[in-house]
Design a protein around this ligand. Structure first.
Ligand SMILES: C[S@@+](CC[C@H](N)C(=O)[O-])C[C@H]1O[C@@H](n2cnc3c(N)ncnc32)[C@H](O)[C@@H]1O
Length: 195
């Protein structure tokens, strides 16, 4: 599976990487950017070409961008170099995540779902740290793809015991079709006394 996904995404970024790099950062990130810290360590999970992680790097955070696509991460690195920013990148399979406890100040997870990351994000964020998450919800057309689409209410439920700053299910332009698709968005802070 991972090999097939890697080839798929490498191929996409090789063919359309410039297009992806010109995409604006996710609106949910921009909406909360002013409230995020200006120092510390951030994770951009499934970073692609790094558009969102680079927003945090410009803000002053030290950003680790992880993805299975080396092609995508190379494009992210090139952009970082061109702007004289530091961006750590690593080819990493988030289907088998492991992060040290209490290491990130911010975690971004956009347009990607791997449920095994949920307990890892819970553990790896520092108390008071920010999780910003947005991805697609299952529709009748995508019902067979249980692994890649959230159930309604699922994202909120996974972090309902955190300080939820924003939680909504609405629509956003998605994928290559550029059609409006249902998404769930969450901005939540790990409680100060969270473990
Ligand atoms: C729709 S793109 C989202 C990219 C970026 N987060 C954004 O919002 O534009 C999904 C990304 O997930 C990555 N991906 C897919 N499976 C992965 C896995 N198992 N581990 C890490 N990254 C993965 C792909 O390579 C691709 O870059």
């Amino acid at each position: 599976m991972i090999r097939r996904d890697r080839l798929k995404w490498d191929g996409r970024y090789a063919a359309e990487g410039q297009h992806w790099q010109k995409s604006p950062p996710r609106k949910l990130l921009l909406a909360y950017l002013d409230r995020l810290p200006i120092t510390g360590l951030a994770l951009d999970a499934a970073a692609g070409v790094g558009v969102n992680g680079l927003v945090l790097a410009r803000r002053g955070l030290h950003v680790v961008a992880l993805d299975i696509s080396e092609v995508g991460l190379r494009l992210a690195q090139q952009r970082a170099l061109a702007e004289d920013l530091t961006l750590e990148t690593a080819v990493y399979d988030l289907a088998h995540p492991w992060f040290p406890p209490h290491c990130f100040d911010v975690v971004l997870n956009f347009r990607f779902l791997e449920r095994s990351t949920f307990p890892m994000y819970r553990r790896a964020l520092k108390p008071g740290g920010w999780l910003i998450f947005e991805t697609f919800i299952r529709t009748p057309e995508t019902a067979a793809d249980v692994d890649f689409y959230l159930l309604p209410g699922e994202l909120h439920a996974a972090f309902a015991d955190w300080d939820v700053v924003y939680s909504e299910e609405n629509t956003a332009v998605g994928g290559r079709s550029r059609q409006l698709k249902p998404v769930a968005g969450l901005v939540a802070r790990k409680p100060k006394d969270g473990d």
